[in-house]
Write a protein that binds this ligand. Structure first.
Ligand code: AMP
Ligand code: MG
Length: 647
């Protein structure tokens, strides 16, 4: 199937601005960014390199050589340095670099601008071919750049296709399009060149159009330590937007985006702390008549204006009940004695206060004494924990709606020709496997309190991957895929992300076991995060907890987004691996210690190693001095689930 060839490959471009002024102050450069924008708009070009150099032959030469010979871009556009001033040296610097000149293009450039103004004849453009790269120079003015580019835009693709020794782009075949890149990768030292001045990212993936025989045999992505990868995620996990949410169960797991102040006092009236009798403290012990009954909830007649209660009366009151205005203490029922009951024997008539001394204010919670109006009851960055306490706090002080960070929407997509939905009733064919990653990750995302969106399964086809990723990114803030990131012939995830989706890969390999090919990318045009996790179930889940979850927490506004790590005691010897390893364990509380038992065979395909796992032991990499950890040693452990008592 040639589906992937329906979209022509992107041509890679370097744009070089030659200008003394712009080289000192890059904001002066209007032509470079304009050219980049015009090319990007066509969706046919990928501007990989940009640079600004002064009007000096050496930096011009060096940049053009590097882009043609090492980076192997398809097109180099140069703006500036083509006039008559003595500093204008672009043609002199570039011409010796060209293997062949392309006077036809030069002619079109001049003809089109001369049609606008005869002075264009004083421009000295140079165009030609170096190796497989087309090099074209434009004048320095943005207006002339645009005119010149428009004049040749339609003829460029055909020219570049011819250079690549392949049929033009209207045809279906594009093999060998990025030949320069393959060559580079094969040598296994595809180092990152950040010669660009605009912070644009170097794409490292091999061309999607190459046959498997030409695939790279070493990954072009540098392998980075776990903590560096964690940092890259944290640096790119931006806060989501702010939304207003009702104080309800909906609010659980959100983080406040504002300080919240109490709008009501608690208590809102003078409330009794005990069951007993409201009294005048000054009156002291003695026998009193029991006046009108006040229950905790009975406070409608609150206006009970003072001095309605005779001086020889006290008032029965329940815990939380409102103390009548003229009373200033409550004596608890235990400090009283019943003296006389009503005729029907049901009501208390007279009661003796036994307490020797009563102080004013005793057993009364004054208005606002728990929480006064204006007290800060929630602060920006504070989370509404699943424990629930914060909900009660907000409810108690009259808050009905708060501003929080929206929880990120997270999509989960499985990839693989062999992957079959777990609900499918058809007998698995040879080579087919059940999709275990999707259901596991959806569950883990939900449990962590985020919105999980099931995006199904897709085949390992460039076209399918591309269209589903595009669709998915419309719906979610964070996309998680599993599979297709290792070195197999059907592992298209990284090149599709870079070459088709416009995503920037921050890392493509991590020094860890399992999970080495874990890939993290962002699409900065719309702030999306993409985690392309390995296909093996244990790898997918371990890397979800290590990299994805902290990122989600950070986006949702959690101040503490990192995973909790606790010291645990291991119950068995473990031998160490050359890579730092994350060993799935079950952590229990035994007495006052955390004990970690292995969940069995740790091969990354073995799903069973996740059963009952609530921790990931952080095993250090093997060293000459230390090749194993002994039973009883204490090891740091990342907690991924709740702790349970006993082993
Ligand atoms: P990949 O990264 O695509 O090469 O996949 C690595 C291994 O994980 C292969 O053996 C796949 O069959 C397996 N795998 C990929 N996706 C899934 C999935 N969703 N559920 C279970 N196993 C998977
Ligand atoms: Mg696969």
């Amino acid at each position: 199937m040639a589906a992937e060839n329906d979209t022509p490959s992107m041509y890679t471009v370097g744009i070089l601005t030659v200008s003394d002024t712009s080289s000192i102050d890059a904001t002066k450069d209007k032509s470079g960014p304009l050219l980049a924008e015009l090319l990007t708009e066509t969706r046919q070009y990928n501007v990989r390199q940009t640079a600004i150099v002064p009007d000096e032959p050496t930096p011009i030469k060096k940049t053009v050589e590097h882009w043609c010979d090492t980076m192997g871009v398809d097109l180099v556009l140069i703006t500036g340095g083509t006039g008559f001033s003595p500093r204008d040296q672009t043609p002199e610097a570039v011409t010796p670099l060209l293997d062949r000149l392309t006077p036809g293009i030069t002619h079109v450039l001049l003809a089109s601008s001369v049609a606008v103004t005869p002075f264009a004849a004083l421009s000295r453009p140079v165009t030609g071919i170096r190796k497989k790269t087309l090099v074209i120079s434009f004048p320095g003015s943005p207006k002339a750049c645009k005119e010149n580019l428009m004049a040749i835009l339609n003829i460029l693709p055909h020219g570049m296709d011819l250079l690549k020794d392949q049929p033009p782009s209207s045809s279906k075949k594009h093999s060998g399009h990025h030949h320069g890149h393959h060559h580079h990768h094969h040598k296994g030292h595809a180092c990152v060149h950040r010669s660009d001045t605009h912070g644009q990212h170097e794409s490292r993936s091999v061309s999607l159009d190459a046959p498997v025989s030409q695939r790279a045999r070493t990954s072009p992505y540098p392998i980075i330590p776990v903590d560096e990868a964690e940092k890259l995620v944290a640096d790119n996990a931006h806060l989501t937007d702010i939304v207003s949410v009702r104080v309800s169960q909906q609010l659980l797991g959100h983080v406040l985006a504002e300080d919240v102040e109490a709008v009501e006092a608690v208590p809102g009236y003078r409330a009794s702390i005990v069951d007993g009798y409201a009294v005048r403290a000054s009156q002291g012990p003695g026998i009193y008549t029991v006046g009108s009954v006040s229950l905790a909830s009975d406070n409608d007649d609150s206006s009970s204006s003072s001095s309605r209660i005779p001086h020889d009366h006290i008032v029965r009151i329940a815990t939380g009940g409102m103390v009548p205005a003229e009373m200033d203490a409550v004596v608890m029922v235990e400090d009283t004695r019943l003296v006389e009951v009503s005729e029907d024997g049901k009501e208390e008539k007279r009661v003796e206060i036994l307490a020797k001394s009563i102080t004013s204010g005793e057993n009364i919670r004054e208005i606002g004494s728990d929480c006064d109006i204006g007290t800060v009851v929630g602060y920006k960055g504070q989370n509404i924990s699943l424990v629930g306490g914060e909900l009660g706090v907000l409810a108690s002080v009259g808050i009905r709606q708060v501003q929080v960070y929206r929880k990120p929407r997270v999509g989960v997509l499985s990839t693989g020709n062999e992957v079959v939905d777990h609900v499918s009733t058809a007998q698995l064919k040879q080579g087919e496997i059940r999709d275990t990653n999707r259901i596991t990750l959806l569950g883990a995302i939900k449990t962590a309190g985020f919105e999980a969106i099931d995006l199904g399964i897709i085949k390992d086809k460039v076209h399918d991957i591309e269209s589903r990723l595009r669709e998915a990114l419309e719906q979610v803030d964070v996309l998680i895929t599993t599979g297709g990131v290792s070195m197999g012939e059907a592992d298209f995830m990284k090149p599709v992300l870079e070459q088709k989706i416009g995503a920037k890969i921050h890392f493509g390999r991590v020094k860890m076991k399992p999970g080495k090919p874990t890939t993290f990318a962002t699409r900065d045009s719309d702030n999306k995060l993409i985690f392309a996790l390995p296909g093996n179930p244990a790898s997918a889940i371990v890397t979800f907890y290590l990299f994805v979850l902290p990122g989600l927490r950070k986006m949702a506004g959690y101040a503490q987004h990192e995973n909790p790590v606790i010291p645990v005691e291991i119950t068995d010897d473990v031998s160490l691996d050359p890579r730092p390893e994350y060993h799935r364990v079950r952590v229990s509380i035994v007495g006052n210690r955390f004990i970690a038992g292995s969940t069995g065979g740790q091969r990354s395909s073995r799903m069973l190693s996740l059963r009952q796992a609530n921790g990931l032991l952080k095993l250090p990499a093997w060293t000459e001095g230390k090749q194993k950890l002994a039973k009883g040693e204490t090891v740091p452990c990342v907690l991924i689930g709740p702790l349970n008592p006993s082993a």
